[in-house]
Design a protein around this ligand. Structure first.
Ligand code: ASP
Length: 314
């Protein structure tokens, strides 16, 4: 295996190892001096062809705290805006001796394609509607911490995870479904019929269009953003109607047990898929997910570049 392209690339042992090392990294995050020498002399390029706040910043922080040299390249401001192809950009940077690329692109499959052009390892930081494996890992980290806080141990076996919202355009849902297939969580997908991906019945999850029926059964409720930038037509009548049927409104939130963890990968559309009451609740894991993002990405970089053998095996 080269790099991390899909959540399906990881077996249970590898996931556990990433989450366990992330726990150690998380303790470093709490220290006043957050620096480890593990990746000294390694160079990581964050190559973002699409907007990002959380993912890019956390990968940059993760690399820096492990003492790697991290460089950010975005499409705007690079030769990509002069018409250079992605292949030429990648091969140019690869020739400089880069050790790893962290890549985000609006096209599904673009990161796997990029990985075939370069010697450096590639990490998928989100490719179109396809996958976002480090998001699923950080979600698993935050959920596992939540289960432990409740005194339930860290296992996902039999845990009921409802993933709700714009499934059609979401790479987060695809990576979570693949990761939970390995971890043993029981995923139920909830969306209006217009926002269900084709072939979702083959994903091995329960699928529902009735959020209220699923809500009372869940251990985790993960709300997904309505991705207006990827929508060309009318997938639902109005934001208000969407919120009434598929939003974690104040009313639905009031029905939830405080032991139910509320997740959202961000950025949130408050008042559409999630109410402020839910987003800011004591059982909201939203900021835990952000914090886990740095620790998990440190762990992934460490596994690929630090504790790895020469082939970059996890
Ligand atoms: N931040 C996540 C992603 O990049 C989720 C989202 O944008 O809604 O896929």
């Amino acid at each position: 295996m080269k790099g991390l392209l899909s959540a399906a690339d990881l077996n249970a042992h590898e996931i556990e190892s990433i989450l366990d090392v992330a726990e150690e990294m998380h303790t470093i995050q709490q220290r006043p001096v957050k620096k480890l020498p593990a990746l000294r002399g390694r160079t990581i390029v964050n190559l973002f062809f699409e907007d990002s706040t959380r993912t890019r910043t956390s990968f940059e922080i993760a690399g820096k705290w492990l003492s790697a040299d991290t460089i950010n390249v975005s499409a705007k401001g690079s030769s990509v805006s002069k018409g250079e192809s992605m292949r030429d950009t990648m091969m140019t940077l690869d020739s400089m001796g880069v050790d790893a690329f962290v890549i985000r692109h609006s096209s599904s499959g673009a990161v796997a394609q990029a990985a075939s052009w370069v010697k450096a390892q590639c990490i998928n930081a989100g490719d179109g509607q396809h996958e976002h494996p480090t998001q699923a890992l950080l979600d698993a980290f935050a959920m596992r911490q939540h289960f432990r806080t409740l005194g339930e141990g860290g296992s996902f076996a039999g845990k009921r995870i409802a993933i709700v919202g714009d499934l059609l355009h979401s790479r987060v849902v695809r990576s979570n479904v693949l990761l939970q297939r390995t971890l043993g969580g029981k995923v139920t997908l909830v969306a209006p019929p217009t926002l269900l991906p084709m072939g979702v019945d083959t994903w091995g999850c329960e699928v529902s269009s009735d959020f209220d029926a699923v809500l009372d059964e869940a251990d985790i409720v993960m709300m997904l953003r309505v991705q207006r930038e990827r929508m060309s037509g009318g997938f639902f009548p109005t934001a208000r109607e969407y919120a009434a049927s598929y939003g974690l409104t104040e009313e639905r939130f009031a029905r939830l047990s405080p032991t139910v963890g509320i997740c959202h990968p961000g950025p949130m559309n408050r008042g559409v898929e999630i109410s402020s009451a839910a987003a800011d609740a004591i059982n909201s894991l939203v900021l835990d997910q952000v914090s886990a993002g740095v620790a998990v990405r440190m762990s992934v970089l460490y596994h690929l570049l630090g504790g790895a053998d020469e082939e970059g095996q996890l």
